[in-house]
Design a protein around this ligand. Structure first.
Ligand code: LLP
Length: 421
């Protein structure tokens, strides 16, 4: 559920008309709903009630400071994957003890930054990383809390580019070798092994792969405890999917996910962490764009928008579907025709949708891409020298620009000229 609904024939973001924001900031832009962000965070928090737990928002999904502060003030922890994300989380007021650090390639400098600034735990992904972490912690005279990310070799049944839990993926250590690697970690004085981490992929629309992975984690917990490790924390990753295409069956809800976690892992008495990104931010955002031209091609028509693949890359990169709706509510049961929806960038890949059924639209009309709050703005670029588009946040009947559109001068003047020119 989100807070982007038609009201009196026009699309609203909470109590603000989307067209009013467009008039104020220009198109294209992203707009986020505070109520939706908080609702999704609380759904997860409540789903795990009764277990000691922390919801660590995977901020790679949307790391705008206003989004982070909104969630941090509601009690969220953060899952970070780089020095930049760590510093963004700290800047948003998240204390170190609520930050977990994931990722296969943490550098020694990133590790040092987090050890000095405070960290809940590192989710370690390899033996060489463990060696660097141990040495860095000892050089600072501290002990680094760690989990080890295990790769459970389960098929997450999602897009290949976002599946992470199969043995051929670069993530984690093979679960079959876990006991040996835990033994090695326990021998390192700079490390305190607190638990196990697992993350099998993103946009999962079925609980079965999670459940398979979590059963393996439960077995491993018992085996490691028998080996003498004090396993007291389980980080279960993120990955629960969202309904991108509203006409399809809805994926499981956080409540269903929470019940499954209790069923598979509750008996172990561990503290539970989860790292949802998409489910918190995805349906809390729209990308709004204006129709520039309607072009008639050979056998097909094109709706050419002012938004492009550089602003929202998911359709080009993952063949992702986003519902695209007119900002003026179309007549129920009114005429619709198939059309290709494209941006102005000079590649055929700059196509948001092919032969999408749409009501008649003309130049100047606004359309909104739903479910664009996660992996939207954060993955944008200035390709074709298109300035990054602004981000706006709504709360009830108020809206504020939370990242302005840079001017062309700002964009150009970031480059510097070598002395020989
Ligand atoms: N934890 C770890 C270790 C992750 O790698 C990820 C996502 C998450 C949590 C959050 O997963 P979520 O709950 O958002 O599914 N750019 C792609 C998605 C990449 C996901 C990468 N890792 C997309 O637009 O679909």
């Amino acid at each position: 559920m989100d807070h982007f609904l038609y009201r009196d024939g026009a699309l609203f973001a909470e109590d603000v008309a989307v067209a009013e924001i467009a008039a104020a900031v220009g198109t294209p832009f992203y707009v986020y709903s505070t109520a939706t962000l908080l609702r999704h965070f609380r759904l997860f928090d409540e789903a795990l009630a009764g277990m000691d737990h922390l919801v660590c928002y995977a901020m790679k999904a949307n790391s705008n400071q206003a989004v982070l502060q909104t969630l941090a003030q509601a009690g969220a922890g953060m899952d970070v994957v780089s020095a930049g994300e760590y510093l963004r989380a700290k800047a948003a007021g998240v204390p170190g003890e609520r930050i977990v650090f994931s990722g296969v390639g943490k550098t020694a400098a990133e590790i040092r930054l987090a050890l000095e600034g405070g960290i809940r735990q590192f989710n370690v992904e390899s033996e060489p990383e463990m060696v660097v972490l141990d040495a860095t912690a000892r050089s600072l005279g501290v002990v680094a809390p760690i989990t080890i990310r295990v790769n459970p070799d389960v098929d997450a049944k999602t897009h290949a580019k976002i599946a992470t839990g199969k043995s051929e993926n670069k993530f984690g250590i093979p679960i079959a070798r876990a006991r040996e690697v835990y033994r090695m970690a326990a021998g390192m004085p700079g490390l305190d092994v607190v638990g196990i981490d697992v993350h099998i992929g993103s946009q999962l629309t079925d609980l079965a792969p999670f459940e398979q992975a979590y059963h393996k984690v439960a077995e491993l917990t018992e085996a490691l405890r028998a080996d003498g490790h004090n396993i007291r924390r389980l980080d279960l990753g993120g990955g629960l999917g969202i309904p991108y295409e509203r006409s399809n069956a809805a994926p499981p809800l956080p409540t269903d996910y929470g019940a499954m976690v209790k069923r598979t892992l509750g008996h172990l008495g561990c503290e539970i962490e989860i790292e949802p990104g998409r489910l918190i931010a995805g349906n809390a955002g729209l990308m709004v764009s204006e129709v520039i031209y309607v072009k008639s091609g050979e056998g097909r028509d094109f709706l050419i928008l002012d938004g492009a693949m550089n602003d929202l890359i998911r359709p080009a990169m993952y063949d992702a579907w986003h519902d695209i709706v007119p900002v003026i509510e179309p007549e129920a049961g009114g005429e619709q025709a198939p059309i290709d929806i494209v941006g102005p960038v000079c590649e055929s890949g700059d196509t948001f949708a092919k032969q999408r059924m749409m009501p008649p639209l003309v130049a100047g009309d606004l359309v909104a891409f739903r479910s664009a709050g996660a992996y939207g703005a954060v993955m944008s670029s200035e390709y074709n020298s298109r300035a990054l588009i602004p981000e706006v946040m709504v709360k009830d009947d108020q809206f504020a620009v939370i990242r302005p559109r840079p001017t062309f001068d700002e964009m150009i003047n970031r480059d510097t000229i070598p002395p020989w020119l």
